[in-house]
Design a protein around this ligand. Sequence first.
Ligand code: SER
Length: 884
Amino acid sequence: MSVNQTPSHNALPALSGADIRQKFLAFYAAREHQILDSASLVPEDPTVLLTIAGMLPFKPIFLGQRTAEFDRATTAQKCIRTNDIENVGRTARHHTFFEMLGNFSFGDYFKREAIAWAWQLSTEVFKLPPDRLVPSVFREDDEAFAIWRDDIGIPAHRIIRMDEADNFWTSGPTGPCGPCSEIYYDFHPEWGDDNIDLEDDSRFIEYYNLVFMQYNRDAAGKLTPLDAQNIDTGLGLERMAQILQGVPNNYETDLIFPIIQTAAEIAGLDYQQAGDAQKVSLKVIGDHVRAVIHMVTDGITASNVGRGYVLRRLIRRVVRHGRLLGIEKPFTTQIAETAIALSEQAYPAVRTRQTAIKNELDREEIQFLKTLERGEKRLADILEGQPEKVSGKDAFELYDTYGFPLELTQEIAEESGIAVDEAGFNEAMEHQRQRSKEAHETIDLTVQGSLDSLADAIDSTEFVGYEQADTQSKVEAVLIAGESVNQAGIGREVQVVLDRTPFYAESGGQIGDRGYLSGENLVIRVEDVKKEGAFFVHFGKVERGAVAVGDQVSAKIDLACRRRAQANHTATHLLQAALKSLVDESISQAGSLVDFDRLRFDFHAPEALSAEQLQQVEKQVNTWIAEAHSADVQTMPIAEAKARGAVAMFGEKYGDDVRVIDYPGVSMELCGGTHVGNTAEIGVFKIVAETGVAAGIRRIEAVAGPAILDYLEVRDRIVRDLSERFKTKPEEITERVTSLQSELKTAQKDLAALKSELALAKSDQLIGQAETFGDIPVLVANLDAVEPDALKAAAERLLQKLGEGAVVLGSVPEPGKVSLVAAFSKPVIGKGLQAGKFIGGIAKLCGGGGGGRPNFAQAGGRDADKLPAALEAAKVQLKEALGG
Ligand code: SER
């Protein structure tokens, strides 16, 4: 583990994480960058699982597929990377979740400005000493080198040229990319300039990456220049916090450390006194919990595939590291609360989603504790065979499938006097790490590696699900937790590849089919289906018997689920058609989701739709449904489809032949999804919400088909509940609420009047407390909890009773609020006193102010504790002015 020295001799500004975020955004906003909110961790881009960089939401702009509304933007973007998950907690700065601060130019400024501003921000805003900063450039980028040397004035020997692996940035195997220039902070300038090795992380930390995005890379690795030259930068918030807060690693910054402290408290530990391994566990918990709260906030739920798998793995790692620290009871929700409290100011949604977060953690934690129990059984079975050693493979299976830390396996095995093959375990672990690294965050971490190695040996899957709901198929491959196996028994979570399948695999926004694979003495419940290259991977659980490679199975989809999905899918097409025809012909799709129980359609539009437009759109879709249009599905060359006017989503990749879904005269779209044979099958379509998701992107959420019943049931329950509570018929609820509102208003008015009467009655008793200063009667009194209006009435009445006198009253109408009033008669004003000025001065003593006319004035304050002293002061002042 590398630990950097605290740069204590530097007077760096000790900025909080929040300050750094704010100063970064403000710096670029002052340079005409539009500040945009962080995009969701669930990217629109289908080639990556999670948002891995600040540039991802802008990818279509860099590729020229979407026009930017601004030439410049700046963001603080939530990101997650899991390719180095094993390093989290072990190095000073590896994370799963982190925030990337970025400034972006879409065909506007380029290298010169990007470098100059990055330098100015570093040295003037964050006040990093210039002699501690070392820039790197791509080996061949003489232009960037010259800018650093000539514009900024960095000595040439301190500008380090690096090769493609380090200084050519791409967001994935394909996509926009370009040479980059990074800025490193030097923790040990005293080690001299002779051996500058930027890879030495005990000395340097890279905190800012400036990417000069000018190419697109295709699948064959070929670079094509983009139409525009762009800038994409990323400054690691946690890293800058480490530098400025002078702490030895990112975890000890104010962005994460409070979470670590909560975990340490639960474990009964003192972080500073904890051992190295304990510190690693605490850091893993601190890091992962941040990822978890933001993932759930963005709608991800734990599962065995894709993003859901990443989430599950993170939660399990949190629980496991908790156990390593000796925490036996569920604890994750408590940790999450600290993480939510830390994040809520910058990301308020984590608070609104707190119940979802805590439910998810509760459920997963308890389920995982059960898995651990099963693991204990599995280990007991292994040990019963009295092996010489627990093999590395078994130990790794226990770790990977059952979440058993090696230490736990060792501890239990030791009780039987059996050792564990640690080297074998490490080998298996390294093997898996390599595999997920190679997957480069793409699609599904659980299966891709294994499928790549099987690709040559097995046939690709034939999809027959457009026409058939069941088939006889052959099992080509079986995987458990990403590992290819020959067979899997009951209770196993498996991934099965078939030679032929009726199951639709998740794509184009449509959810994968559900259903069963069955054979003689075999039942697998299929919970999801994904496409990996040419293979359809069926994710499920063996519920009966066992499945083996080569088995013949009957593959059958759940038709009810399929009908729900296709009703929602066709409704999405109709929705797009209605938007184009009724709102704006140029509306184009930005993304969509077709689930069993709902649909979501994101589209480019400058402003929200009016209630009237939404109503018209909904009505139009329902009219098309009622008109019963039959589908005409054809495969044709893309040129022909376009010539016929089929709607294609920008940026979608199609082969030469495309599938065209045509409801003649209504909607024609290129689409690989499944659809109803006739629009009448949809039944009903209902828009549930219209919201903004990003600048220039609107989202319509709706339900269609059988799912509408579920929707209605929920609504119906609410109405019935209200109807019972209000003891009225559903159709009369609105009227009842209106009348209750007006009753409430009257009651409030009456209450105020009563209070005022009460105050008056009370004030009558005060008259006896009047004193005489000079020959003028004066009454100063505290009426306690009286409303300002009532106080005013009391003052008027008391002055009337006193005659030519002065009245000053105070009260505390509600906690934290002071009300004051002064009523002076002519003789008092004649002595040079003005009610307005006078009461303003008194109000100041209670942390407030106010004023009014010479004879009558009101004021307020906040400091209720000070009221008695303020009234005492009023009395003294009156006495002095009027003569005691
Ligand atoms: N995309 C670059 C990175 O992630 C700069 O933002 O490092």
